[in-house]
Ligand binder design. Structure first.
Ligand code: GTP
Ligand code: MG
Length: 237
């Protein structure tokens, strides 16, 4: 396996690579020296962000009497998806190109109980002085036309390795349980594409209506919690 490795991150034109290995794109990336090392760095950045979120949740659980974070999920983008996205965006296929052009190799998804928890968690994470906020997409205030809602951030987090400290990018998606329910089902349905146009339009409209119902339910649940006053600062520091 090692003799097949490419010695450097030389630029290989993406159209040539496409012709060479269309059926196993992941082999191209895995063949780069240091690809594994790069993935290890992204994996480390995921661990950093997860730990920060878990610490925030533990503290908020103590001070608020309830957990703002229901669950945390993370994933490392698969080599085939990395390759496919680089090609789709017209980027070169090499390790530097991955670092420069892809913000979502490391992905963390945070599922919150209530909508206001999303903003609370996002703010607390971003205000930590070792985190750099690169980009925010607030698909809650500005939902996608299909009804998708979620709060997205691209963060840069420093990770300490044996000889150096490196800033690594991580995509963090924060959403409520309800938003996650919709996004998961919509994602599944999206892959079933062989439909006549009128049927696809009908389904898109139905999905959008479901998303709006879910957003309304999220708002009502928050209003109920506020009425009950069941969540609040217990006065602890
Ligand atoms: P990508 O090329 O897909 O990464 O899009 P982008 O770089 O424009 O970023 P964006 O913030 O719009 O979306 C990033 C991620 O959010 C996607 O990879 C999905 O995980 C999620 N996402 C965005 N839009 C939708 C949607 O309409 N439905 C679902 N289910 N997920 C979505
Ligand atoms: Mg993505």
């Amino acid at each position: 396996m090692s003799e097949a490795k490419i010695a450097s991150v030389n630029e290989i034109p993406s159209d040539l690579l496409k012709q060479l290995m269309p059926s196993h794109p992941e082999d191209v990336l895995i063949a780069f020296d240091d690809f594994e090392y790069l993935m290890m760095r992204y994996e480390s950045a995921i661990l950093e962000v997860r730990t920060k979120l878990e610490i925030l949740n533990s503290e908020l659980t103590l001070t608020q009497d309830d957990s703002p974070i229901s669950s945390i999920h993370s994933r490392l983008k698969k080599p085939a998806s990395i390759y496919e996205k680089l090609v789709r965006q017209g980027n070169d296929i090499n390790l530097r190109s991955i670092e420069e052009n892809l913000n979502d190799v490391a992905g963390v998804r945070v599922i919150c109980a209530f909508v206001d928890d999303i903003y609370k968690v996002a703010k607390m994470l971003v205000q930590q002085d070792d985190i750099t906020l690169i980009e925010v997409k607030d698909y809650i205030k500005n939902p996608k036309p299909n009804g998708y809602r979620s709060y997205h951030m691209i963060l840069e987090v420093p990770v300490f390795f044996t000889h150096e400290k490196q800033p690594i990018r991580v995509e963090v998606q924060i959403r409520t349980v309800a938003m996650d329910f919709w996004a998961s089902l919509e994602h599944q349905i999206r892959y079933k594409k062989d439909l006549p146009q009128y049927k696809a339009d009908e389904i898109a409209a139905e999905l959008k209506a479901c998303a709006d119902t879910i957003a309304d339910t999220d708002r009502r649940m928050l209003a109920i919690r506020e009425k009950l006053g069941t969540r609040g600062d217990k006065g602890k520091k």
